[in-house]
Design a protein around this ligand. Structure first.
Ligand code: G4P
Length: 281
């Protein structure tokens, strides 16, 4: 399998990100908790070079809790502030404000010493497509927050959402693209649905996922599809799933594509269980 993104979009998004990053103090970087390595854009460390950093492990509701703990520690050890959240349900969101302030403590103290009292921390959300940026911004900003108007000079044309007296958030997130030098990254992003299924082979994809689940989360896979005791190959497993889920074409032929789509959907919506696809080294 080979994965690629569209270079035109990438260039535009990167330029936007470079412009916006000049205006902010802290980058709130969203990662998908199921793939905290593959959903991280390596360029961001360079882009956000002199900025404060906060890593959000989003979609934590879909990820393996023990693995999420390991990833939290991993990124903390690398010097990031880390919060795990479920932006869809708002879980963990209340910890974000505190983490932003904690991460920017140095700046706040510096400002205070210089007698600058009313300059809020400016934050920007960034992440790859589909990681939950819009959902997160809505959840974090909440209903009570008012959008501040354009600020002449410094932030012309930009909309800032006032979170509280100390924190303002840029309303448009920075879009980053993942790096596909390693094909595992492409595969993992395809598993979670970050790459549209039309451009990839859903059957092949599901066989790859079944192979991974057999090795790493066999009990969950077995339970979900009432798999027999004997060892099945990924192909036999898909065939079994097609049978128990009545995936048949009109002539009675097995509909593998439909079974494959069921497996992908079940996995992406967490029905197979809370699964993390990669662990820290
Ligand atoms: P983006 O701006 O980064 O591109 O992502 P967006 O917020 O559009 O979110 C992408 C999908 O991920 C949405 O689902 C959203 O509901 C879902 N999502 C975001 N945060 C979480 C989370 O913490 N947990 C879970 N389980 N899902 C999350 P969608 O299928 O596009 O739409 P819908 O399911 O909301 O209808």
């Amino acid at each position: 399998m080979h994965f690629q993104w569209y270079p035109g979009h990438m260039t535009k998004a990167k330029r936007m990100m470079q412009e916006n990053i000049k205006l902010i103090d802290i980058v709130v970087e969203l990662l998908d908790a199921r793939v905290p390595r593959s959903s991280k854009n390596p360029d961001i460390d360079q882009l956000a070079n002199n900025k404060f950093r906060l890593v959000i492990l989003n979609k934590a509701d879909l990820a393996d809790e023990e693995a999420t703990r390991q990833w939290e520690n991993y990124y903390k050890e690398k010097g990031f502030f880390v919060v795990k959240v479920n932006a869809q349900k708002g879980q963990g969101i209340k910890n974000v404000k505190g983490a932003i302030m904690e991460a920017c403590r140095e700046k706040m103290e510096r400002d205070r010493k210089r007698g600058i009292m009313n300059r809020p921390i400016r934050a920007m959300v960034a992440g790859i497509p589909n990681v939950g940026k819009s959902t997160f911004i809505n959840s974090f900003a909440g209903k009570a927050c008012t959008k501040t108007g354009n600020k002449p000079g410094v932030t012309k044309g930009k909309q800032w959402i006032k979170i509280n007296k100390d924190v303002e958030l840029l309303d448009t997130p920075g879009i980053l693209w993942p790096k596909f030098e390693d094909q595992t990254v492409g595969l993992h992003l395809a598993f979670i649905g970050s790459i549209k299924d039309e451009i990839i082979q859903v059957e092949e994809l599901s066989l790859n996922l079944i192979k991974f689940l057999k090795e790493t989360y066999p009990a969950q896979l077995k339970e979900r599809y009432s798999l027999p005791e004997e060892e099945l190959t990924p192909e036999q497993t898909l065939s079994h799933i097609a049978e128990v889920r009545f995936c048949k074409k009109q002539g009675g032929e097995v509909d593998f594509e439909k079974a494959a789509a069921i497996v992908m959907e079940d996995f992406r919506s967490g029905k197979i269980g809370r699964i993390t696809l990669e662990l820290p080294e």
